[in-house]
Design a protein around this ligand. Structure first.
Ligand SMILES: [Zn+2]
Ligand SMILES: [Zn+2]
Length: 259
């Protein structure tokens, strides 16, 4: 019985946040008491008092500050709430050092004993974790970004949700992982119509639409957005629609999606 796969976008901005859009974090309520975060860049994670206590995993995509910036303050909050049960932080191998540094800065130069850091090397899609209460399989694959970066898939039976905040377009490993998924939360950093260089490791709405069509997903949710360019949401939708005719959402902070 797969009862729940709920995703709340806590932070929807790119590396240039605004007052309304904060850096990247997504909170996933998977049912059965399993709750996890993808990335810890948003200050909004500090508002989740009860859920913060019970979050079982933090899956970090990569070592850029807009994805790890609040992990130290979050763990301090957990420590002050006397959390004892384990919190696993799953991250690419080159992200361990910055996570250690940020946690130590906020926690008297120590890593609290409930924190376990589990590094891995993202590559072709493979299973990296299993959450037994919600029967959720977690997969990861390498994204196409400027540093070693993971994209994640959360799978419950036939349901599959893909989260890739930072990636260039046509990333073969992510396209494989996303094939026929229910939803893809996809990088959409750059402006409509701008021809994106893959060198920058980000996507345009048009790129995201093309990826969603290639992978044949049901729904595309644009995340990692540059707020200054969002005034023209009609143009963003039109750019996606050049390729993708499925469900389309432009994420805002605190938007919740149920699958
Ligand atoms: Zn990045
Ligand atoms: Zn980013």
């Amino acid at each position: 019985m797969f009862n729940k796969l709920q995703v709340t976008v806590l932070g929807s901005s790119s590396f240039l946040p605004t007052l309304r859009r904060s850096w990247t974090s997504l909170f996933l309520n998977l049912g059965g008491g399993d709750a996890v975060l993808v990335d810890a860049g948003s200050w909004r994670i500090m508002g989740f008092r009860k859920d913060v206590l019970y979050t079982k995993r933090i899956y970090i995509t990569h070592n850029h500050p807009d994805h790890v910036g609040f992990i130290g303050a979050l763990i301090r909050r957990m420590r002050r709430m006397r959390r004892t049960h384990p919190l696993k932080i799953v991250c690419p191998v080159n992200t361990v050092q910055i996570i250690h540094q940020i946690i130590r800065i906020f926690n008297h130069n120590k890593i609290p004993s409930f924190v376990q850091i589990q590094p891995f090397t993202p590559d072709i899609p493979c299973v990296i974790d299993w959450l037994s209460a919600s029967r959720t399989e977690v997969r990861a694959a390498a994204a196409c970004h400027t540093t070693l970066t993971a994209g994640y898939a959360f799978c419950q039976g036939d349901k599959r949700v893909i989260i890739t905040p930072d990636t260039g377009p046509r990333c073969p490993t992510l396209l494989t992982m996303a094939q026929d998924a229910n939803a893809w939360f996809h990088d959409s950093t750059f402006a409509t119509g701008r021809l994106l260089s893959i060198r920058k490791g980000h996507s345009t709405p048009q790129n995201a639409g093309a990826d969603a069509a290639r992978a044949n997903v049901d729904a595309l949710i644009l995340i990692h957005l540059s707020g200054i360019r969002l005034r023209n949401s009609r143009a963003i939708r039109a750019a996606v629609r050049l390729h993708f005719s499925g469900k389309l959402f432009i994420a805002k902070d605190n938007m919740t999606f149920n699958f």
